[in-house]
Write a protein that binds this ligand. Structure first.
Ligand code: GLU
Length: 305
């Protein structure tokens, strides 16, 4: 496996120069565009990696499946689905999914910003600091990293350049889809996006989802298998922004990308994969990262289709 990962990494490194690092959040523009790393945790517990997999970066949208999972754990699927739909929007992550008609919660999903912002309101807790703390603890368990924390510089940058997310949240509020104080909810969302991980952490999250809710090392169950099915299904249809259909054809596994360049991928029953490659394509996905996953999927017959 190590040899395969090394070879694919070298094959895909040239693609990093074809992408562009996200700069709509100034702090993200500081990432190294040439970085590329991959980490795999197999169902038998073996870890394999290549490239820049020790570099840390922020989860960004990769936190969305974790927000969804926390909301599911706290409320159950029926309540969650009554608040936010499950259909792909076919639009960018921060699109305003409203036309001249009333915004319908069935027209958003937990993998776009509007849906993820609503997920924050579904986390249980006395206040938003408590809710975020619970989310951070779940993220630490999923990533196998008890030291997990927030990148304060990215968080501040995110918060001070968050006009679009503010617009989305106020729109939700105006349509009665969000009751709480908008700034408190957004603060939780911005912090969630700014949680720091590395490729190993992403692979660990993927391994738990591939293992249907059990930790890869101890086999301890941390959430029910039915919730893994819910999250993996939404990752498959909506996880790679408005490039999810093409990704399903080219790679064929549930995955979630983020604008910092991370991709967390799940190969049900077989492995979790973590990728880092901050140079993005025009839809916001790691350009070299997708190339690497496509090749890995071909070599190891990972596609579920
Ligand atoms: N913090 C980002 C935002 O909401 C997350 C974007 C992403 O990774 O897609 O703008």
């Amino acid at each position: 496996m190590e040899e395969l990962l090394e070879r694919l990494l070298e094959e895909c490194r040239p693609f990093t120069s074809m992408g562009k690092v996200a700069d709509y959040i100034p702090e993200l523009a500081k990432s190294d565009p040439d970085a590329l790393g991959v980490y795999v945790i197999g169902s038998e517990g073996k870890h394999s990696w290549a490239g820049d997999c020790r570099k840390s970066f922020t989860l960004q949208s990769v936190v969305k499946p974790i927000l969804l999972l926390q909301a599911l754990l706290d409320n159950g699927p029926e309540v969650v689905q009554s608040q936010v739909g499950v259909e792909a929007t076919g639009k960018p992550f921060d699109a305003i999914n409203a036309g001249d008609r009333t915004l319908d919660s069935r027209h958003i999903n937990p993998m776009v910003n509007m849906g993820a912002i609503v997920m924050c309101t579904l986390i249980r807790g006395g206040n938003y600091a408590e809710r975020f703390q619970r989310l951070l603890e779940l993220t630490g368990r999923l990533a196998g990293d008890p030291e997990i924390g927030v990148d304060e510089a990215v968080y501040r940058s995110e918060k001070s350049h968050g006009s679009k997310n503010r617009a989305l949240a106020y729109l939700l509020k105006s349509y009665g889809l969000l009751e709480d104080d908008v700034e408190a909810v957004l603060d939780c969302y911005f912090r969630a996006c700014s949680i720091r991980v590395d490729c190993r952490g992403l692979a660990h999250i993927g391994a738990v989802l591939s293992n249907r809710g059990r930790l890869p090392d101890s086999n301890e169950r941390i959430f029910p298998a039915s919730l893994a099915r819910y999250v993996n299904a939404i990752l498959m249809t909506c996880g790679m922004y408005n490039g999810s259909g093409e990704f399903a054809i080219r790679v064929g596994i549930p995955a979630k990308s983020g604008v910092a360049g991370g991709i967390m991928a799940v190969v049900p029953t077989r492995m979790g994969i973590g990728i880092y490659g901050p140079a993005l394509d025009h839809k916001g996905n790691s350009l070299a990262g997708i190339q690497l996953l496509e090749r890995l999927s071909r070599e190891l017959y990972l596609s579920i289709f």
